[in-house]
Design a protein. Sequence first.
Length: 264
Amino acid sequence: MLPEKLARLASLVRRIADRELPQRFRCRGGSRKDDGSLVTEADTMMQNALAQALYGEWPDHALLGEEMSEMEQLQALEKMNGGVWCIDPLDGTSNFAAGVPYYSVSVALLRHGQVELGVVYDPGRRECFAAARGLGAWCNGERLQAGQSATPLSQGLALVDLKRLPPSLAARLATKPPYKSQRSFGAVALDWCWLAAGRCHVYLHGRQNIWDYAAGSLVLEEAGGQAVTLEGEAVFLPNLSPRSAAAALDPDIFQQWRKWLGID
């Protein structure tokens, strides 16, 4: 059973996503931000609706949303000790706009320099991934838990975003991969959760923002998975600097993956 605050958060996210997103799916309009990423009406409508609902439930928590200005985001992080909701209102916007059913809504509670709660909801599959620090991770109420895999890395399935990796590493993965097969689906938060659910064996991303990975990384951690940056550091930092991530659910595969990547 989900802890009470996590259950309330999951219910809120599901309710708003089910109300706002289906009617806008495959809406091709939108604009480009300074970094070239797509933003649509669905992104802004979801962020506004989530902000209003979260403030109504927990008025003492601040808000950090992807679609806010950098100054607003930095001001929110300064209030972390009192609690900050870190929101990606539509993770996988390009997929959503193109009609590719791989996208999600991600909400994490940041407090005292760490992620305390995380919810990632996939409206298309009606799958709600949720985690609470120290208490576990769930998908639609069923606990997620790492087990020993009988699959070696050489026979594994990888989720890898090649375009954001150092060119030499991307070329090495493209020509001599250590795994059997590779996918790149285009929604970071959901990638973390699919790894936590055992739907792939390893994960690699070269540059993701705090709203991309905060909730999903907690889901993986509480499911028993492990993750580091390409420099061997903890992935989560309570700031706006993009982070790389190499991860796996199975501890043996994780060590094999780290070794192949040359992470100390």
